[in-house]
Design a binder for this molecule. Structure first.
Ligand SMILES: Cc1cc2nc3c(=O)[nH]c(=O)nc-3n(C[C@H](O)[C@H](O)[C@H](O)COP(=O)(O)OP(=O)(O)OC[C@H]3O[C@@H](n4cnc5c(N)ncnc54)[C@H](O)[C@@H]3O)c2cc1C
Length: 418
């Protein structure tokens, strides 16, 4: 091995792989990324279809993510911010609630909303204060319980949980029972409380595109599937074997390392449907929630309520289905259309596209904020990264890519000294 110019490979050009490459470059090293598909971004992609920007699943960047603040140029992304709240649709009526301290237009609707009883409004303010002060490290050092138990223990009423917390966080955690770790709840709640949800003007893929554009010496080989990894070598699906002094696996390593002692990752899935509509029932950029047991629709959002780089001419409505109740294809689409009419009074013009995303978020227990450098090292020459090792978020993907790379660099430097 040439320690001054080691051969470093990164498997996967998702967010974690791109951050790994950037961190190597910043420290004077170059690498080659091997990517299965024909573009960067992994789970973070945007299609342009008939002039509309369609993200692969409704996802947002939280502007207070500490890693995003370090790694992204928010200004260049032309971030378009959501209102800090939600409009809840119920029995033919809708009510908007939100954080009046950050957007004054939400003051009156929130104070007068009957969805959340007064006692719970006070508890929400108390939770805001507690989490504002709580350090992220302390959040991730807490004992994990389910988010549902956390909310009950905090004293929230059944009404507030079912009408607000359940629909709002089901859309974020992609599961309807709020079984997700209370650490993730506190972290996400804290992030929402100290920043905004936002989308780049050109869609969510502008994030990996920006990271890729920053790379100067990294080589990216697209349409390159890795089939196995061992110390010192990588075997591609086409049989080619690459020598590799250090390999960072920035994706699920289970199918690449034969004897990896790691449980199979379980995944949370969702369906995202994009419809064209004539007009909007939500004028402002705010999420609409449906707090109804057994409904398919979890949340709605008009992408065209934000400024977008491309615009198909009419309104673009994004629907997230978390629990598809075993429906697929036309059956699912037809039931969603009926729910849109019955609960939101929305008539759609046509479906633009439906995405089925079976592997959206990893379903993890014992979630962490980040990885210690030593935790990323699998063997002498193989290092692991990816949100699946930490928690399902852009922030975690970024931090994991950085940690694995810093561990590699530490190893190279100690070899140089030896
Ligand atoms: C629907 C949805 C909603 C989400 N919502 C949010 C949100 O609102 N906020 C948030 O912060 N996060 C959200 N996320 C999570 C966020 O997108 C992920 O945490 C992050 O993108 C994970 O990045 P990664 O690099 O760890 O993995 P990935 O994006 O999965 O990247 C892995 C890469 O490795 C490649 N690869 C895999 N196998 C091989 C192989 N054998 N050979 C070569 N290459 C290979 C893949 O093609 C891929 O490019 C959401 C995700 C989805 C899907």
């Amino acid at each position: 091995m040439n320690n001054n110019n080691p051969k470093i490979h990164i498997i996967g050009a998702g967010i974690s792989g791109l951050i790994a490459a950037q961190t190597l470059e910043k420290n004077g090293f170059s690498s080659t990324i091997l990517e299965l598909t024909n573009s960067v971004g992994g789970r973070v992609k945007t299609d342009i279809i008939e002039g509309y920007q369609l993200d692969h699943g409704f996802q947002v960047l939280l502007t207070s993510y500490p890693a995003a603040k370090r790694f992204l140029d928010f200004k260049a992304l032309e971030l378009q911010e959501f209102l800090p709240g939600a409009t809840i649709f119920n029995s033919g009526k809708s009510q908007t609630i939100g954080d009046p301290l950050r957007d004054l237009s939400l003051l009156f609707p929130t104070v007068f909303s009957s969805i959340i009883p007064l006692m719970d409004k006070i508890k929400i303010l108390k939770l805001n204060l507690i989490l504002k002060k709580k350090r992220i490290a302390d959040i991730f050092a807490e004992k994990e319980i389910s988010t549902l138990d956390y909310l009950k223990n905090f004293g929230f009423s059944e009404q507030t949980i079912s009408q607000f917390f359940k629909p709002f966080f089901s859309g974020i955690f992609l599961e309807t029972k709020l079984e997700t770790s209370s650490r993730m709840f506190e972290f996400v709640y804290k992030m929402f409380g100290s920043g905004n949800a936002a989308l780049p003007k050109a869609g969510i893929q502008a994030i990996p595109d920006q990271l890729a554009q920053n790379l100067k010496t990294t080589k990216i080989l697209f349409n390159t599937k890795v089939s196995s990894v061992e110390d010192g070598e990588i075997t591609l699906e086409n049989g080619e074997v690459l020598e590799s002094d250090f390999t960072i696996i920035a994706t699920d390593a289970k199918h690449l390392i034969s004897d990896l002692k790691q449980e199979n990752v379980k995944w949370k899935s969702c369906f995202t449907l994009y419809f064209e509509t004539e007009k909007r029932v939500l004028e402002k950029p705010i999420i609409g929630l449906l707090p109804k047991e057994n409904s398919l629709i979890n949340n709605i959002f008009y992408n065209t309520s934000l400024e977008t780089s491309k615009n198909g001419g009419k309104e673009l409505l994004c629907i997230t289905v978390v629990d598809n109740q075993n429906l697929k294809g036309n059956e699912l689409i037809e039931k969603v259309k009926i729910e849109l009419k019955n609960y939101f009074n929305i008539d759609v013009l046509r479906l633009i596209k439906m995405y089925e995303i079976p592997k959206a978020l990893p379903d993890l227990k014992n979630i962490k904020y980040s990885l210690d450098l030593a935790e990323t090292q699998y063997s002498k020459q193989i290092y692991l990264a990816g949100d699946i090792l930490v928690n399902g978020s852009l922030n975690a993907a970024m931090l994991s890519g950085e940690s694995a790379t810093l561990a590699v660099i530490e190893n190279i430097k100690s070899n140089l000294k030896a």
